[in-house]
Design a protein around this ligand. Structure first.
Ligand code: FMN
Length: 172
């Protein structure tokens, strides 16, 4: 299976990266290919809402930036994972930009599973991201929900969370 992870954290050794790393280890241990895009470290602009993609562009975005790397695998992935820190009650702006830009291609052709990993400083701050995940991502793509995994502070790097996410990856 080809698994694409969009990580909305800019911190390469941060909490979100630890969650992604544990999942990746498990998935790769059973032979899956995992491609992680650190979207907060990429040059990805927000959607302009110009509709070029759905008119003259025939699926191509009018903007030429690092989003092209994600477009290149969009219709090849079997699973999509959204990972992010919580910023002001939602996932990061960089992850939102990347998500909005997938509007150009729409529903991925082969993707049958989705999951979300969220890290935060406080508990109970996940409602906005859960709503977007279950409504616009899992609901729109009609994928099997593999779960929303949340971690407060050091929970993200705890042996328990590491094992949960490693097991998720290995169970696919
Ligand atoms: C700009 C900013 C906004 C944040 N807003 C929230 C918030 O609204 N609620 C919360 O619980 N944590 C908030 N946090 C804390 C982060 O979500 C938390 O430290 C997270 O684990 C960081 O993940 P990372 O190490 O992958 O970057 C915020 C952090 C930053 C930098």
């Amino acid at each position: 299976m080809k698994i694409v992870v969009l990580n909305g954290s800019a911190r390469a050794r941060g909490n979100t990266a630890a969650m992604v790393g544990a999942f990746r280890e498990g998935a790769e241990s059973v032979g899956h290919e995992v491609v992680v895009f650190s979207v907060a470290r990429m040059d990805i602009h927000g959607c302009l809402g110009c509709e070029y993609c759905h008119t003259k562009g025939n699926g191509a975005c009018v903007q030429h930036d690092d989003m092209q790397q994600i477009y290149d695998v969009w219709n090849e992935m079997d699973m999509l994972v959204l990972a992010s820190p919580i910023y002001y009650g939602s996932h990061s702006g960089q992850l939102s930009c990347a998500l909005h830009r997938t509007y150009a291609l729409g529903i991925p052709h082969k993707c049958t599973k989705t999951a979300m990993f969220l890290s935060s400083g406080s508990p109970g701050v996940y409602d906005a991201s859960r709503r977007i995940y279950s409504g616009f991502v899992q609901g729109y793509f009609r994928t099997e929900d593999m779960g929303v995994f949340t971690a407060v502070g050091d929970e993200a790097t705890s042996p328990e969370m590491r094992e949960r996410l490693r097991s998720l990856g290995a169970s696919l």
